[in-house]
Ligand binder design. Structure first.
Ligand code: 13P
Ligand code: SF4
Length: 303
């Protein structure tokens, strides 16, 4: 921490000078999560908090689609991302043209789109969802059949809990799709007394094998309220690091993958971002309105 301290001090000073707020996802490193973030959370919490901030500048410590969500909810504010190359394999897996082709194939079927998508995809969507409200949103949209895109695993995990017929897309999170039921069996063998929890972007056979599945925020809450003596968080590695320093009496065991996109953001480029007021996130005028509607509908339906 003494190594990071000079950067943390400079960032926190510049934040005040520039009237900036830092929104950070739960997968950010501890030095960002604990050192400079004003708000931390899962995708839904960050989207909701983005509607409440009073500062004129938002620095998004997360991936590009998260910065776009903040921008569409705050078109008059300056939204910065310290490295615009911070993408997401789910977001890359589908285009607005793909969604229009699905709409033509399944006329009248509502499109529920995971927030892990571009603004252009959100703009041709009926309502967005996150991993924390997916089941609720699917149950609340009209009709017995719903398109749920682009994460095939979140869709399949949701399909197991709803009576609705779900049409999927072949996208996947590169961090979570590699976990297997065999991995969970090996973890159980290695750590018989440990609880194992996972993110719903994991394949269904992984979710079936774990003790709890939920969004990043739901996993953190579960650990803090359940306080298992030993736990494995089957998700991005920074999660355990961030929660471990806030939770006593819980032994965090490794069973995680790194998201290379989330890890593009670091203290050095956060400082650079505030100094240079870059990289600014913009969304084309014809896209921002309809994309915002899909996100606002989700926030409304999650209340
Ligand atoms: P959460 O909404 O659960 O934070 O998930 C976002 C994400 O990118 C998980 O890989
Ligand atoms: Fe995208 Fe997966 Fe990284 Fe989340 S963890 S940002 S879903 S690639």
């Amino acid at each position: 921490w003494s190594f990071y301290a000079p950067l943390i001090v400079q960032i926190n000073r510049l934040k005040k000078e520039k009237d900036a707020v830092i929104l950070a996802h739960n997968y950010q490193t501890p030095q960002i999560y604990h050192g400079v973030a004003d708000v931390v959370g899962d995708s839904l919490q960050l989207a909701i908090e983005a509607t409440r901030v009073h500062q004129s500048v938002i620095v998004q410590c997360g991936v590009h689609f998260m910065a776009e969500t903040s921008k569409m909810l705050n078109p008059e504010k300056t939204v910065l991302i310290p490295d615009s190359r911070a993408g997401c394999s789910l977001s890359e897996s589908i285009t607005a043209e793909d969604v229009m082709a699905m709409r033509a194939r399944y006329p009248g079927v509502p499109v529920v789109t995971y927030v892990n998508t571009s603004a252009a995809v959100k703009a041709v969507t009926d309502v967005c969802c996150t991993s924390s409200n997916a089941l609720d949103i699917v149950n609340r949209v009209e009709g017995d059949t719903v398109m749920m895109i682009p994460d095939q695993y979140l869709a399949k995990n949701t399909a197991k809990k709803t009576h609705k017929n779900i049409i999927t897309w072949a996208g996947a999170c590169e961090v979570h799709e590699t976990f297997t039921a065999e991995d969970i069996a090996e973890l159980r063998h290695a750590y018989p007394a440990a609880k194992i929890i996972a993110h719903p972007e994991c394949p269904p056979e992984v979710i079936d094998a774990v003790d709890f599945a939920g969004s990043t925020a739901a996993m953190i809450d579960w650990v803090k309220t359940t306080k298992p003596p030993r736990v494995v968080m089957v998700t991005e590695c920074s999660m355990s690091d961030n929660v471990a320093s806030e939770t006593t009496g819980v032994d965090f065991l490794r069973g995680c993958n790194i998201c290379p996109h989330m890890k593009r953001i670091n203290l050095e480029n956060v400082l650079w971002s505030l100094h240079t007021m870059s990289e600014e996130v913009t969304i084309p005028a014809d896209i921002i309105g309809p994309a915002r509607q899909a996100v606002e509908r989700m926030i409304e339906m999650s209340r």
